[in-house]
Ligand binder design. Sequence first.
Ligand code: TYD
Length: 220
Amino acid sequence: MNSLLEISCQARGYFITIEGPDGAGKTTQLGPIADWIERRGFTVLQTREPGGTQLGESLREILLHSDSDTIEAEAELLLIFAARAQHLRQKILPALKQGVWVLSDRFTDASYAYQGGGRGLGADRVRILETWLQGNFRPDLTLLLDIPITVSAQRTRSRGQLDRFEQDTVHLRQAIRDAYLQQACAYPERIKRIDASGSPAQVQYAIADSLQAFCQRLGR
Ligand code: TYD
């Protein structure tokens, strides 16, 4: 666990996460964000959760597409943290230690939103696992793409085949969004809420502003 604390004191890469309800448009924005960072002269590793490692990708397949059995909410949360443990130890921390910036499509804020809020497990249980696995380690910057639930429902429906999480009801979607916004309120320095209801180009501009402000804070 010490290694987590050590790296925050060393010269290292930065850990940026992108979050938001299904249909918020994260996938469209990942490439432009990576390009933005690379243009500043840094190396970027793009990754995602659940997933990012061999075991993590196998767990992702179970979590998103399993239809053979009902996955209990507690089991879902623990499987996601199992994937996260692999991801953190094998991929994220080694890259940061080498000075690489890591850009992850989702991280622990998604567990607060989907399992804590959506599945009703509550933030406290997520926090226990977060503290146990991560100690004080948190993303340096989180871009939260926020959209009203009606828009997220429309966008995911228009994609066709839905995964287990995308089949959520209106009530669940609201709980997920509320939990995300609660996280953003609790950690305003780290989590930047971006209005993602506009066009991809508008969202890209808003993200670039947040990245610019982040780099200025770092003195980069
Ligand atoms: P997502 O990131 O939306 O990928 P895609 O664009 O391929 O659908 O899918 C991952 C799903 O996993 C998403 O619906 C949310 C869910 N998830 C959780 O429920 N909890 C978590 O902690 C994480 C990381 C993801």
